[in-house]
Ligand binder design. Structure first.
Ligand SMILES: [Fe+2]
Length: 442
């Protein structure tokens, strides 16, 4: 019997398996690119290690790729076979994996909440709960969970910086920008390589419209992201948002080609259709076009990357970005095919199918906007403004849907709708929306 760095049991007879599992938890929180490889070492040392198997399955499910599900199911089967010797906490991870396999994010988060209620220092459950709640748009739930652990954490606990980063992002997405920034910066003082904390503060600066500070912040930390997973590309996406605000479109295109969509980057080579990368790329190209900047043949290259992934109906927010891509390339047949898959999916039960009900008019609205049918685009999308959170993602990410609506309102010279959208943005928490790029009347 072994423990993780916070004293939770890792049931295994192999010290190597326990050490590698504990390290994998640390690397998961740090968004290290070799987290999966580390976890594999644990499983190679002891295939019966239930926590490592469950964690592996959960990480595979979090890729939101249907083709990978058999691997996750295999991990689940092995974990089930050996779970009678595991602790109640480890068995809850197996339950979580079962919910992930069934694509039931609400129940999946409930499993993590059950773990945290008994084990508030379980940083893996906190991190995974935040990730899943985020992609259902329910950051109020995530904030409530991290708030419940405040009295359990202090600087003496291993992983305190990771906990601060989780807390900072929860606070940012639920509107407490001051404390989010304070706690995020505290985490960076402990470790400049804390990329999740860097990300939380970047969000604060984005909401405040502090684009120069955003560039300086991300520039000062970028050297620490060498070993990070794809989250570093998302940090470069955040930097692009700052450059768009400053009218520095050449910089945006350079960053796009070097980081956001660089086909020779090993992480993109290994997983060319990773959902977050697709979102980053489509969102930036769309933002550039909305401010009148040509993007060359980049949409076509992006479309090629999602050749099969667009039929994974596993993330409404990603599907919306696939729709932007196919609308831009004029591949309306693919857009319609995806729509028909989504329409079939929403007849199933569960949180994700409910979210996809909101996604349908968004996809149709994106198509109508691209076809300059702005009246129809607004008819489809304006009634959804208070439901868009269901798609998942952050305020900063969902902003692109508002920008598309704004563009249609601007094209039609609908001054009342322009004012409504400015008001919406203010209510969401964006500072000074009338001065933002993408929200200007010519
Ligand atoms: Fe972000």
């Amino acid at each position: 019997m072994y423990n993780d760095s916070r004293g939770h049991t890792i049931t295994t007879c192999s010290e190597d398996a326990a050490v590698a599992c504990n390290l994998a938890i640390q690397k998961y929180c740090a968004r290290s690119a070799d987290t999966t490889a580390t976890l594999k070492r644990s499983i190679e040392a002891d295939e019966t290690c239930v926590l490592s198997q469950a964690m592996m399955g959960l990480m595979i499910c979090s890729l939101r790729k249907n083709a990978s599900l058999p691997l996750a199911k295999n991990a689940y089967d092995i974990a089930c076979k050996h779970q009678s010797s595991a602790t109640a906490r480890e068995r809850l991870y197996v339950d979580a994996l079962q919910m992930a396999l069934q694509r039931r994010p609400e129940k999946l988060v409930a499993c993590f909440e059950a773990i945290v209620s008994e084990h508030p220092k379980d940083i893996l459950a906190l991190a995974m709960a935040q990730g899943e709640a985020f992609w259902t748009g329910d950051m109020i739930r995530s904030e409530k969970l991290s708030r419940s652990t405040v009295s359990s954490w202090d600087a003496s606990i291993t992983g305190y910086g990771d906990w601060l980063a989780i807390r900072a992002f929860d606070l940012e997405e639920t509107g407490d920008l001051a404390n989010a920034e304070r706690i995020g910066r505290q985490a960076i003082e402990l470790n400049q390589g804390n990329i999740w904390a860097a990300h939380a503060v970047a969000h604060v600066l984005e909401m405040r419209g502090e684009s120069e500070a955003g560039v300086l912040w991300l520039d000062s930390l970028k050297e620490h992201w060498t070993d990070s997973n794809q989250l570093k590309f998302h940090l470069w996406w955040h930097r692009c948002l700052c450059h768009v605000e400053r009218g520095e479109y050449e910089e945006v295109l350079e960053i796009y080609d070097a980081w956001i969509r660089n086909p020779s980057n090993p992480l993109i080579e290994a997983l060319p259709d990773f959902y977050l990368d697709i979102q980053n790329a489509a969102s930036i190209l769309m933002r550039l076009e909305l401010v009148g900047t040509p993007v060359g043949n980049r949409w076509q290259a992006l479309s090629a990357a999602i050749e099969t992934a667009y039929l994974d109906i596993t993330s409404p927010f990603t599907s919306a970005h696939c729709a932007m891509t196919f609308a831009a390339t004029g591949e309306f047949d693919k857009l319609e095919k995806m729509l028909s898959e989504i329409e079939s999916f929403v007849t199933t039960q569960g949180t994700l199918s409910d979210a996809y009900k909101t996604c349908i008019p968004v996809v149709k609205g994106i198509k109508a906007h691209r076809q300059s049918n702005h009246t129809h685009a607004l008819e489809l999308m304006m009634p959804l403004r208070s439901s868009l959170w269901e798609l998942g993602g952050s305020h900063a990410q969902r902003d692109i849907i508002f920008q598309i609506m704004f563009d249609s309102a601007r094209q039609l010279n609908q001054v009342d709708l322009v004012a409504t959208l400015h008001h919406d943005l203010e209510k969401i928490g964006f500072a000074d929306p009338t001065s933002r790029a993408g929200y200007q009347l010519d």
